[in-house]
Design a protein around this ligand. Structure first.
Ligand SMILES: Cc1cc2nc3c(=O)[nH]c(=O)nc-3n(C[C@H](O)[C@H](O)[C@H](O)COP(=O)(O)OP(=O)(O)OC[C@H]3O[C@@H](n4cnc5c(N)ncnc54)[C@H](O)[C@@H]3O)c2cc1C
Length: 406
């Protein structure tokens, strides 16, 4: 097993119980990461989706980590998902983003809110990687404030018609199905969630290639013009769309935090080996104290990042057994915001320090730390920005009447 990750896993095991079945899933994540690393690197340099990843992840059953065994998933608790994403996060955030969308923003959301027909229809296919899913909440004029969305649905001929534009959507142009959110054209306070066949009439998709990182993750814009959706494809009750969206974002926010631990581990691993090998001024750069300072700081970041994330995952387990418990939900929302805010900041800082340790070679996508640096910046934006997490954390202390983000 990869050494830096092994150390984290040993520490996690000291604090939390993990049984043999759970440990096997984590070992499989390690094997999958080994197998994906080279194609991930090659696709990264070509700035294209890693088309080999879904097959490899499905082979190790890593697309169904949180999904119930009755649908072909592994039925694992959040701490196991966290450790899986931590290991994959060492490869950058492309693979983790794919898993986050496929398994946590969409499949887990369908499992929680879907009818038994919807679960049977979608979950086995999602888990096997036979269908790719995307999550369409953000719009050009509705990002941090999804309640401002302009996409609409209206009831027609016993089904629904969707119109609008979704933007910055991961898996946007490669997906087979979209989980899309829209407001009722005739009762605008109601927002609905819909499972939409991505090849439906009226859907046009465009790839957004001009990103500054995350090159192996597909990002797209989706235009919907009079898209017909069958009545049975509404997810959750009518008007519950934002609840569905927020529950999905909670899953994925923890996922981002988890993969950020991997970014820190990747930064540490690469910096240590560079510090041992690179010679300047007649000795290994690791013998210069200022380089040691970077290494010590990254190691501290790892320590500071992983415990809030592990604890949020540990608490989320109780929430997943009792979704109706408001007190636990509020605690978990705070824990997850703290975890994401802390881990994403420290991941970006660690990748930056790792680039510095690597010098000019670090400022290149040919080096793993260059990739980690470019990828980790997005962790402070997607699944809720730094500022939105700060507002959530502050209002949890000041009280609901101080909520500044709704
Ligand atoms: C690579 C990538 C992949 C993505 N994938 C998906 C996806 O799969 N599905 C999806 O639906 N979305 C996706 N997103 C969108 C992402 O969730 C949004 O970018 C994010 O929520 C921020 O929205 P925005 O970009 O519109 O920024 P804005 O909301 O316009 O924010 C701009 C700035 O204003 C700040 N701000 C906003 N409101 C407040 C406030 N009340 N108080 C203080 N500051 C505030 C923000 O924190 C930010 O700093 C993705 C984004 C990226 C970059």
């Amino acid at each position: 097993m990869e050494e830096t990750f092994k150390e984290s896993l040993e520490d996690a095991k000291k604090a939390y119980k993990l049984d043999d079945e759970e440990l096997k899933v984590i070992e499989d994540a390690d094997s999958a990461a080994e197998e994906i690393a080279l194609p991930e690197y090659e696709h990264y340099l070509k700035h294209e989706f890693n088309s080999e990843a879904p097959g490899i992840l499905a082979k190790y059953r890593l697309l169904g980590v949180p999904i119930g065994k009755e649908y072909g998933g592994l039925g694992m608790k959040p701490l196991v998902s966290t450790l899986v994403k931590e290991r994959l996060g060492q490869l950058g955030l492309g693979i983790s983003s794919f898993i986050n969308v496929q398994s946590f923003l969409t499949a887990q959301t369908i499992e929680r809110w879907g009818t038994s027909e919807q679960r049977k229809e979608h979950l086995p296919m999602a888990v096997k990687g036979k269908r790719i899913y995307a999550f369409g909440l953000t719009e050009p004029e509705a990002g941090s404030d999804p309640g401002a969305m302009k996409s609409t649905y209206e009831e027609k001929d016993g089904g629904y018609i969707l119109n609008g534009t979704k933007y910055l959507i991961s898996n946007g142009t490669i997906s087979d199905y979209l989980l899309v959110f829209a407001r009722n054209k005739n009762a605008t306070q109601e927002i609905g969630a819909f499972i939409v066949d991505a090849r439906s009439d009226g859907i046009a998709r465009m790839q957004l290639r001009e990103k500054i990182g995350l090159f192996t993750s597909d990002t797209g814009m989706i235009e919907m013009k009079d898209v017909p959706v069958a009545k049975d494809n509404i997810l959750g009750e009518k008007g519950m769309g934002l609840h569905v969206a927020y529950s999905a974002l909670l899953n994925a926010r923890l996922g981002v935090a988890s993969s950020c631990i991997g970014v820190i581990e990747g930064s540490l691993k690469a910096s240590v080996s560079r510090a041992r090998e690179r010679i300047q001024h007649g000795k290994e750069i690791g013998k210069h104290q200022l380089i040691q300072q970077h290494i010590a700081a990254i190691r501290q970041n790892l320590e500071m990042a992983r415990w809030p994330v592990y604890f949020a995952a540990f608490r989320k387990e109780e929430y997943e057994h009792d979704y109706g418990n408001r007190q636990v939900m509020e605690e978990v929302e705070l824990r997850v915001s703290l975890a994401k805010r802390i881990a994403s900041r420290l991941a970006f800082e660690s990748a930056d320090r790792a680039v510095q340790v690597h010098g000019g070679f670090g400022y290149s996508l040919l080096s793993p730390v260059g990739q980690l640096f470019c990828d980790s910046r997005v962790a402070r934006i997607y699944e809720g920005t730094d500022e939105i997490q700060d507002l959530k954390i502050a209002s949890s202390i000041l009280g609901k009447e101080f909520e500044a983000y709704r």
